[in-house]
Design a protein around this ligand. Structure first.
Ligand code: ATP
Length: 443
C-alpha cells in the first residue's frame, strides 16, 4: 500500500520528521518544524541538489543572498504590482478562498461550497509579507521578506561576473528561505507560508535560450531519479497562454502525483531578459554582459530552474512510504511492515549499528564499528529490544543498512549486513564494511 496524507503526517510526528510549529502553544497554522530526522532528510536533499547543480558543472557557482532586500527590488521584479491572488470570502461563514482554485459551478453560482452562503467579489491580495526596518514605522521603512530566492541572484549578477571569472553560458545557484502569505495551506508541508527553494538562474546569449531550456528540462527531470523518485509519478506540464507569468517566454512545471492529485514540484522557466532589464531600469545602471571573445555587449537571457526544498521533503516521504504485507506471524496475525524506501543519497540515517545483546563485550564492539563508519556515513546506534523489532524501527525511518554485531563477530571479525529493501542478510568482514556500503549506495 502507498501513502495517504494522514499516514505521512502521523509517521512524521511519531518518528520526529516534522512537528507542528510552536506546538506547545497550540501551533501556528501552516508552519512546521523539522525534527531530528526531518532536518537530516532536508539537509541531504539540499546537499544532493547542490552537488548536482554546482559541483557537477564547471559553469555554475553558488550564492547565499540575504532574505531582506532593498524594497525597489520588488518593484522592479513586478512583485509589488503583480504578485497577488484573487480572493473571495463567504459573507456568512467567513471562509476565504482563492478564486482560481474554485470549481467552475461555484464561480458561476457564487455560492459558498462550505455553507451555502453568498461569496463576495474577488479582490487582489498581495502575497508578500511586509515588515519595517529601523526605528521609525513610516511607509519609507517598509521592506518585504523575499517571496522567492531568484531576485537575490539577479541583483548580484554583476558582482558574480566581475569577481568569479564566469563566462556565458553560466549559472548561479542558491538555496534559501522564501515567504508567501498563502491562503490555501492545507496538505501539510506542500504549501506553507515559510518554505525553502532551490533555484538556479542560467544566463545565456539571446537566441540560445530554447536549446538551454530543453537541456534544463531534461537535466532536472533526470535529477529526480538520483533522489530515488518513481518516474511514473512525475510528468511535465506546459503552461498555457493564460498561465504564463508576465515575464515568461515558455514554462514547464515538473509535477508529482500527490495523494491529492498532480501538482507542481518544480518550475522551469524561460525568463528572457526581463529581470536584468528591469533591474537596469530601476537602479539606473546598465546591467549587461561584455562577451570577451566578440566584444559584443548584451543583456543575457535567463533559464530558471526553481524547485521547492520543503516540497521535495514531502515527495521524498510520500514516494518512499510503503506498507508491505509479509504474510502472517507465528500467532496468526497479519504482519505488516511499514518501510520508507528512501534512496541512500537522502536517507536520514545511512547505517544503524546494532549489538545482538548488550553484554559480553558486544556493545563495545558495536560502538567501535560505529566509530569507524562515522566519518563516511550518518550512523545510529541502537542496543535495546529484540533484533527483529530494531530492524523494523529502522525500516520505518528508512535506514537502508543495518549492521548486527554478534558472538561470531568477536571471533571472526565479520558482521551481518542487512538490507532494508530486500531484508536480505549477508556476512561481511569488518574491514570491508565501509567500501561495501559505499558500493551499494552507488548501485
Ligand atoms: P504554486 O502554483 O504551487 O503556488 P508557484 O508556481 O507560485 O507555485 P514558483 O513561484 O514557480 O511556484 O516557485 C517554485 C517552487 O517553489 C514551486 O515549484 C514549489 O516547489 C515551491 N513553492 C512555491 N510556493 C510554495 C509554498 N507556498 N510552499 C512550499 N513550496 C512552495
Amino acid at each position: 500500500y502507498g501513502a495517504s496524507m494522514e499516514k505521512i503526517v502521523s509517521l512524521c510526528k511519531r518518528r520526529g520528521f516534522v512537528y507542528p510549529s510552536s506546538e506547545i502553544y497550540g501551533g501556528l497554522s501552516a508552519t512546521w518544524d523539522y525534527g531530528p530526522l526531518g532536518s537530516e532528510l532536508k539537509n541531504n536533499i539540499q546537499k544532493l541538489w547542490w552537488n548536482e547543480m554546482t559541483r557537477k558543472h564547471d559553469n555554475i557557482v553558488g550564492l547565499d543572498a540575504a532574505i531582506m532586500m532593498h524594497p525597489r527590488t520588488w518593484e522592479a521584479s513586478g512583485h509589488v504590482e503583480n504578485f497577488s491572488d484573487p480572493l473571495v470570502d463567504c459573507k456568512q461563514c467567513k471562509t476565504r478562498f482563492r478564486e482560481d482554485k474554485l470549481e467552475p459551478e461555484v464561480l458561476k453560482s457564487r455560492i459558498c461550497p462550505e455553507c451555502g452562503g453568498e461569496l463576495t467579489e474577488a479582490r487582489q491580495f498581495n502575497l508578500m509579507f511586509s515588515t519595517q526596518m529601523g526605528p521609525v514605522a513610516d511607509s519609507g521603512s517598509i521592506i518585504y521578506l523575499r517571496p522567492e530566492t531568484a531576485q537575490g541572484i539577479f541583483v548580484n549578477f554583476k558582482n558574480v561576473v566581475d569577481t568569479s571569472r564566469v563566462t556565458i553560458p553560466f549559472g548561479i545557484a542558491q538555496v534559501g528561505k522564501a515567504f508567501r502569505n498563502e491562503i490555501t495551506t492545507k496538505n501539510f508541508i506542500f504549501r506553507t507560508c515559510e518554505f525553502e527553494q532551490m533555484e538556479m538562474q542560467f544566463f545565456v546569449k539571446p537566441g540560445d535560450e530554447d536549446e538551454w531550456f530543453e537541456y534544463w528540462k531534461k537535466t532536472r527531470m533526470a535529477y529526480y531519479d538520483k533522489m530515488g523518485i518513481n518516474s511514473a509519478k512525475l510528468r511535465f506540464h506546459q503552461h498555457g497562454e493564460g498561465e504564463l507569468a508576465h515575464y515568461a517566454k515558455d514554462a514547464y512545471d515538473i509535477e508529482y502525483e500527490y495523494p491529492f492529485g498532480w501538482e507542481e514540484l518544480e518550475g522551469i522557466h524561460s525568463r528572457t531578459d526581463f529581470d536584468l532589464g528591469r533591474h537596469s531600469e530601476y537602479c539606473g545602471k546598465e546591467i549587461n554582459y561584455l562577451d570577451p571573445q566578440t566584444n559584443e555587449r548584451y543583456i543575457p537571457y535567463v533559464i530558471e530552474t526553481s524547485a521547492g526544498l520543503t516540497r521535495s521533503v514531502l515527495i521524498a516521504l510520500m514516494d518512499a512510504y510503503h506498507e508491505e504485507n509479509l504474510g502472517t506471524d507465528s500467532k496468526g496475525n497479519e504482519d505488516v511492515r511499514t518501510v520508507l524506501h528512501f534512496h541512500p543519497n537522502v536517507a536520514p540515517v545511512t547505517v544503524a549499528v546494532l549489538p545482538l545483546v548488550k553484554k559480553d563485550g558486544l556493545a563495545e564492539l558495536a560502538k567501535d564499528i560505529q566509530d569507524e563508519l562515522r566519518d563516511d556515513f550518518t550512523t545510529f546506534y541502537d542496543k535495546s529490544g529484540a533484533i527483529g523489532r530494531r530492524y523494523r524501527r529502522q525500516d520505518e525511518i528508512g535506514t537502508p543498512f543495518c549492521i548486527t554485531v554478534d558472538y561470531e563477530s568477536k571471533d571472526n571479525n565479520d558482521v551481518t549486513l542487512r538490507f532494508r529493501d530486500s531484508m536480505e542478510q549477508i556476512r561481511v568482514p569488518r574491514a570491508e564494511l565501509s567500501e561495501r556500503i559505499r558500493k551499494e549506495i552507488k548501485n
